[in-house]
Ligand binder design. Structure first.
Ligand SMILES: Nc1ncnc2c1ncn2[C@@H]1O[C@H](COP(=O)(O)OP(=O)(O)OP(=O)(O)O)[C@@H](O)[C@H]1O
Length: 408
């Protein structure tokens, strides 16, 4: 009978590399913190808060810096008797309308057991309930709406809430909104009147550079990794890979955590660079698989067409040739093929997902055309597809051809 045994050579505190960990120190964001503090200053001065819109790619510290600064603010505000600050944080990811966000806020403010139902009220009734809860709370209320873009175009709350005082719905309570988003298009899509108020102060967080990620990793590794369990060059490699790809601290931390797990599972005493390489392949495969799950059958077949061409060392490859490959895969799987134009759209989607990359070629009088190739390792793409497409024979043949050509 196998027994469980605690492993502890690699990690000192693995949770410190996880999503829910709040770092004690924020590295490399001094300028952004200064601008953010400036935007929050009216709160400590006792004035109405600014509305703040914060954007930047995923994993660049928007949530971490917001949580950190609001904690500091809540602590510092205790020095001033005339400011009574409350912070409400809601992640809008699963709440895709103003209505649902307003219900969530009301229920956050109400005591257990007094929550309202999530359906059945007219929107204005829910807004009124929200105003009355906010009025009962009093003082200054900062409402953080993370992943605010999930609200989409049903953004009435973002128009109404900042105007609640001037419209007489709130008398004593001062409300400030902080909207956080990694969707750059969201701001442009907002109604200009919403833009005016919500984006009163705009803050942008740029992607991290490799040396910044190294510093973030170093300070996190102090807490998370056991002494001497990380070989020289490992943190730099995680940082360089994440900087080249996305500039995301989350990606760099994920790489380190996964590399540690690979080392641990191999019973190796330290994390080495080859563990990071394995971690990167694993993460890439997860990314492809995640993208794959979102694809329709035709998206998958279009991707398999590119994989098949890659096995033959025939990529980058233009749509017309990929289309022939796609048609023959459709035939093998007993699926009716789509027109070339639709397959072209699927290839564009795969490019947006970061699974393919495309080169634009000029072809004189006949205009420009794209040629596509895989933007993820061949083996990750083929493994992911073997899991979701019932084309075992075709996929085996593709693997054989790849082996013959030394494509990995
Ligand atoms: N400057 C930093 N110093 C220390 N840790 C950081 C820093 N920036 C990011 N992190 C860490 O990186 C991870 C991702 O950061 P965070 O969740 O704040 O990103 P985000 O920009 O809000 O991303 P998303 O848009 O996907 O929510 C977290 O674990 C966070 O603690």
């Amino acid at each position: 009978m196998p027994r469980f045994e605690r492993k502890q050579n690699i990690f000192r505190n693995k949770d410190a590399l996880g999503e829910s960990y709040q770092p004690e120190r924020i590295e490399e964001r001094d300028e952004e913190i200064e601008a953010y503090m400036d935007a929050l200053q009216p709160i400590i001065d006792g004035w109405e808060p600014n509305n703040i819109f914060l954007y930047g790619n995923t994993g660049v510290g928007k949530t971490a810096v917001t949580e950190y600064l609001l904690d500091v603010l809540q602590e510092d505000v205790t020095e001033y008797d005339d400011v009574d600050l409350s912070v409400l944080s809601v992640n809008c990811k699963t709440l895709n309308s103003s209505y649902q966000v307003a219900i969530e806020l009301v229920n956050t403010l109400r005591p257990d057991g007094a929550e309202i139902s999530t359906t059945g009220y007219p929107q204005q009734t829910v807004f009124k309930k929200l105003y009355s809860e906010l009025e009962a709370l009093g003082g200054t209320v900062v409402i953080v709406l993370d992943e605010i873009d999930s609200i989409g175009d049903r953004d009435e709350l973002l128009y109404e809430l900042p105007r609640a005082r001037s419209n007489g719905y709130l008398e004593s309570t001062k409300v400030g909104l902080i909207g956080i988003s990694n969707d750059f298009k969201f701001r442009e899509q907002l109604d200009p009147r919403v833009q005016d108020t919500l984006c009163e102060r705009e803050l942008q967080f740029p992607p991290y550079e490799a040396d910044e990620l190294t510093n973030i990793l170093e300070s996190r590794a102090e807490v998370a990794i056991a002494e001497d369990a990380c070989e020289t060059g490992v943190l730099n490699l995680c940082a360089a890979l994440a900087a080249r790809d996305s500039g995301s601290a989350r990606q760099a931390l994920d790489l380190l955590r996964l590399a540690g797990e690979v080392a641990e599972n191999n019973d190796d005493p330290t994390i080495r660079e080859d563990h990071v390489d394995q971690a990167r392949s694993k993460l890439e495969q997860e990314r492809v698989e995640e993208g794959m799950r979102e694809l329709t059958t035709h998206g998958r077949l279009a991707l398999l067409a590119v994989v098949s061409k890659a096995a033959k060392e025939s990529t980058p490859c233009r749509t017309r040739e990929l289309y022939q490959e796609y048609e023959s895969l459709c035939e093998s799987s007993g699926t009716d093929s789509l027109a070339q134009r639709s397959v072209h759209n699927h290839l564009s989607d795969l490019r947006m997902l970061g699974i393919l990359s495309a080169k634009e070629n000029r072809s004189g009088s006949r205009g420009n055309y794209y040629s596509y190739e895989l933007d993820v390792p061949f083996s990750s793409a083929v493994d992911a597809m073997a899991d979701v497409l019932y084309l075992d024979d075709e996929i085996e043949t593709i693997r054989d051809i790849a082996r013959m050509n030394g494509v990995a």
